[in-house]
Design a protein around this ligand. Sequence first.
Ligand code: ING
Length: 334
Amino acid sequence: MTRLLKVAAAQVGRIDIDTPYKDVVQRMIALLDEAHEKGVKLVNFPELTFTTFFPRYIIPFGPELDKWYQKGDVTKFDPFKPFFEKAKEYGIAVCVGYAELTDEDEHYNTSVFVDQAGNNLNKYRKMFLPGDKEPLENVPWQHLEKRYFLEGNLNWKAFRWPGTGTGHGGPIIGQLICNDRRWPESWKILGLQGAEIVCIGYNTPVSNVAEPGKASQMVNSDSSEAMATFHNELCLQYNSYHNCCYSLCSARTGADDGKYSMIAGSTIVDPQGLIIAKSKTNGDELVWAEIDLDSCYPPRNRAFNFARHRRPEEYKLIVEQKGVKEPAPLEDEM
Ligand code: ING
């Protein structure tokens, strides 16, 4: 039996600090129009889809920071409503990243999965926050996610997506946000719940704030965009392969305000770790493919049959130790 489904990773290009919500929403609706024409049933959007990547700026706490966030049900936020209404009209499920402000005044980097009937099926809050809590000195931009967001508190929950008619109890979906994709723990917890499609959005600077001109977090690379793209694909390909799942990975890309460049490279990766679709531009682009959810299962029944091969009783260090503890140094090697 095949369980065929058309899915897409929507890439969103340049958004400046003063780009109005309505312009971005119109661009996102244009991506939905294209998805609808192609019969796509799920469109994944980037992290913090609706705005420029504001953690690159030093912003005072309070109203000036909070204006970047949405409270309550994001699908009911007036400027975004046309987007969610269009998705429902087309019968397309969407996964969208935004900055969430709770009633308790907590700030999260969040994504929500809204099904084709407009039901909010799952909210996910980014678990791995990169960058800094305090601004760095003498750098051309910042990466202040640890300052502007709390670490996620919803863990990694896989869930069933109803109404696709693909059998097998319904597709099993998981969500990750940006830096999460670099940590195998994120994928493994979804993999242990059988996730068949992992939806990921990212904002990845071409070069590292602390080493302008070098690849993000790399200090020995000259071509930073190539290296940052290599690391993106390395994470997606290996973890999709190891967890025998598809991944939809959507970039917020382009050069925001003409100077803050972020990598593109939105992709769809299959359970063999092969990139089956990839963006060709640094702008708005719908990257889509017809996938067969059944192809997750041959590897799960053999090479990566977790129940058959894993040995959690040996993984104590992974769960109990946070940082590195090295063996004692050799005296005559100091
Ligand atoms: N951005 C980057 C990301 O994980 C980063 C930050 C880049 C961390 C490269 C480590 C290496 O893609 C976000 N928003 O997480």
